[in-house]
Design a protein around this ligand. Structure first.
Ligand code: ADP
Ligand code: MG
Length: 746
């Protein structure tokens, strides 16, 4: 996994502290200052093999022994330039040869200066066989001078840090760098106050850094890392504490009106609200009624009915004389929300029209691809306040749209929005006031994970779904088994024959141009991560290029099972009108199969669609796959989803199977967490805060997160501006800058 490392502001630059070679090695990881380097944890430790006598060693075995140098011989290599250095060492009983192949003369000199006859050494390495001399040897061993005391023995057996490496950087260089840096550990900034550390039984930072990089025992490494983990959690929680403190000082419009639109709307709803919808509705109403901005994360599975909850809150804003905005991640979704909301509101949305209701408001759609005239009219309604409800994409935030009186912003599908979006929304309120923010997500996250990553939001969870949904059954289809693939298309044909519709999702638009899935409105799918134990490499089975929308549509047209089916396409590169037409055709039942990219991932609502086929499913992220299958089984017809893959059975396939079997978004969130680790918990576009977690594991460290939260909130409550905690204030600033380099802090 690629590491992103920030540079801490105000910390000592490594270029001034370290030798050039060491400073350069660190710099190739983006580590440029002492504070960052001493928090750059080893990826693991090697615990040396127990000390052995040379008599016991076996070829192929990892060994370490205390020896002394008997003789040193240097000869030149035959086939290429350089020397072979052969050093015979003995433990007083047996001898073994240490062999070095060295291309550069200065390295020969360096080894010779350290391998003087009579010197005591600890040697570590893997025993090999020298067929030339017919004796065992160790090629390129690790060795260091040995001091013949009890401390010396303990030192020889200490765990050694193993840092990540890059080409041409030796482990030795990385170790030398941190060794050199530890001399200055006393000058590190220490974000966690001493009182907190001692109450939690944690080491100070200089102690911890020493134990992480120069441990004497394995226990040391744990104690050292415990500080770094706690510190990371603590700084994060201090950020959340400060944000909440700022909110508590910021005025917001209190949205307290109870009618008339809310009552009129409830009366005409075609269904009963579920108990959960009512309860969460009340909780949101209470929060937006306060005169300080609230930030709520509303999580509920796909199809659990979040939109209605949001709409009721937006009507409360309008009733209270303010506006509400609903932001969607894509134009397709924004248009759909506009359609649904206009429909649900009926004449309540037609203010100023002949057939509008007396208390009606206006619902306006604002997207990037609107025609100028239409757009001008919309903007006019937004700035004048005539539009009570505005629906748009997040482009709306960047384009300097001015609201007359924005009281509430609802963000749909939060994993596409970052903290910076939320912050930007905050500035859109009337006369120095901040609007309330409700973020909706269908990718729920477990409680401590939420604390660690969106700890500045109040999390409300919608657990039930309206009974109407027929649900989805998911199958994994390994395409090497031709009969399965045939069966899959056969099932699609059966659905079509029964009057239903089918989605087919591809990872790309074309098959020729690589990476064309990415357009501003359509992020490329996030691939499934390699299994946790894989060392960052590819899984090795991804042989074929993913299939594209256009070629797939052509291929399907030729499949005998699908003869006569009407096939449409939808992808992010189509002009806005074409996209809209494709959606309308699908909605109206004029096409049977819609072949699309992940434009349809979030929220698209076609109640008559009952089959979802995802091709090259291993290319999609866990939450994407869940979102995709949530597109079917939304109406009265049971849905069926196929996760199709050309991978041979193995890790990726069993991960797809796990996803297929997960009952709901909550079970899936756990799987997602396990697979990805906390790294990008809430998806790629979520704030950088969690993307850049370095030591913290939101599952393993749940308790630490709770403790850090308690402590950080207490520190911030007592000293909101952190005047007595400059190191903490500095760490917060660095963290935020690292997470969102482009966002200005307010
Ligand atoms: P999501 O939480 O995925 O955004 P939606 O809000 O889109 O879910 O709701 C899914 C579907 O369920 C919509 O067609 C919506 O009108 C319908 N719905 C919402 N609440 C109820 C309810 N209480 N009873 C019946 N249908 C409902
Ligand atoms: Mg939705």
């Amino acid at each position: 996994m690629a590491r992103r490392v920030e540079s801490a502001r105000g910390s000592m630059p490594l270029s001034e502290l370290l030798e050039r070679k060491e400073a350069r090695a660190m710099s190739s990881f983006g580590v440029k200052d002492l504070d960052t380097m001493l928090r750059f944890a080893p990826r693991r430790y090697t615990v040396p093999a127990p000390l052995r006598s040379l008599h016991d060693v076996q070829v192929g075995e990892e060994m370490s022994a205390i020896v002394s140098v008997v003789r040193v011989k240097e000869r030149s290599m035959r086939s290429r330039r350089g020397s072979i250095l052969e050093v015979v060492v003995s433990d007083e009983v047996e001898e073994i040869t240490l062999t070095f192949f060295l291309a550069k003369q200065h390295l020969v000199e360096w080894h010779r200066s350290r391998l003087v006859v009579g010197k005591h050494l600890v040697v570590r390495g893997t025993v090999g066989w020298n067929s030339y001399s017919g004796s065992p040897q160790i090629t390129h061993p690790d060795y260091e001078e040995y001091d013949d005391t009890p401390e010396g023995i303990a030192h020889a057996q200490r765990p050694l840090p193993v840092y990540p490496l890059k080409q041409n950087i030796a482990q030795r260089t990385m170790r030398a760098a941190t060794e050199q840096g530890l001399e200055f550990a006393g000058s590190l900034a220490q974000p966690v106050p001493r009182s907190v550390l001692s109450a939690r039984g944690l080491l100070t930072l200089p102690e911890a850094a020493t134990k992480v990089h120069r441990p004497a025992t394995v226990q040391d490494t744990r104690e050292g890392m415990a500080h770094l983990v706690f510190e990371e959690a603590f700084v994060l929680q201090a950020i959340f504490a400060q944000r909440r403190a700022v909110d508590a000082r910021t005025p917001a419009p209190a949205l307290q009106a109870t009618g008339p639109l809310q009552g009129l709307f409830d009366d005409r709803l075609p269904f009963e609200l579920t108990a959960g919808q009512l309860e969460i509705g009340d909780q949101i109403a209470e929060r937006v009624g306060r005169d300080h901005p609230t930030s709520v994360l509303l999580q509920g599975d796909v199809g659990s009915g979040k939109t209605v909850i949001a709409l009721r809150a937006m009507l409360r804003a309008v009733d209270s004389g303010h506006q509400a905005v609903l932001l969607a991640p894509t134009e397709v979704l924004a248009e759909q929300h506009h359609r649904t909301i206009t429909q649900l509101l009926g004449d309540l949305a037609r203010a100023g029209q002949l057939d509008g209701a007396a208390d009606a408001t206006r619902v306006r759609l604002l997207t990037g691809s609107q025609r100028t005239a239409e757009r001008r009219q919309t903007l006019l309604d937004v700035t004048s306040g005539l539009a009570g409800i505005v629906i748009g994409t997040h482009a709306l935030l960047t384009e300097g749209v001015e609201f007359a009186a924005l009281g509430l912003a609802v963000i749909d599908e939060q994993h596409r929005f970052g903290v910076d979006h939320r912050r930007r929304l905050r500035t859109k309120g009337p006369s120095g006031m901040s609007p309330h923010v409700v973020v909706m997500t269908a990718t729920p996250i477990p409680r401590t994970a939420a604390l660690a990553t969106v700890g500045d939001l109040d999390v409300l969870t919608l657990r039930e779904s309206p009974g109407l949904r027929a649900g989805v059954t998911t199958h994994v289809v390994p395409e090497q088994i031709a009969s399965w693939e045939t069966r899959m298309w056969g099932r699609a044909a059966e659905e079509i024959a029964a009057g239903r519709q089918v989605f087919v999702v591809c990872a790309r638009i074309d098959e020729t141009a690589p990476g064309d899935g990415a357009t501003p409105h359509e992020p490329p799918p996030e691939p499934l991560p390699p299994p946790p134990d894989a060392d960052g490499g590819a899984t090795g089975t991804l042989l074929e290029e993913p299939r594209g929308v256009l070629a797939t549509a052509e291929r399907l047209a030729r499949r005998p099972e699908l003869a006569g089916a009407r096939i449409g396409v939808l992808h992010g590169r189509m002009p806005a009108e074409d996209k809209q037409r494709a959606m309308e055709d699908m909605l109206a039942g004029r096409i049977d199969i819609l072949v699309a990219t992940t434009v349809i991932e979030v929220g698209v609502d076609i109640p008559n669609a009952s089959a979802m086929i995802v091709l090259d499913a291993e290319r999609f992220g866990v939450s994407q796959l869940h979102q995709l299958r949530g597109r079917v089984g939304r109406g009265e017809h049971a849905g069926i989803a196929f996760l199709s893959t050309r991978l041979t059975p193995g890790d990726a396939q069993s991960r797809l199977k796990q996803i297929a079997d997960a009952a709901d978004g909550f079970a899936l969130a756990e799987i997602d967490l396990e697979m990805r680790g906390a790294g990008d918990l809430v998806g790629e576009e979520q704030s950088g805060l969690q993307r850049t977690l370095k030591h913290l594991d939101v599952i393993r460290d749940a308790r630490i997160i709770e403790q850090a939260r308690e402590d950080a909130f207490a520190v911030v409550a007592a000293d909101p501006d952190l005047t007595a905690h400059p190191d903490l204030a500095g760490a917060i600033e660095n963290r935020l800058r690292d997470a969102d380099p482009d966002v200005e802090r307010s």
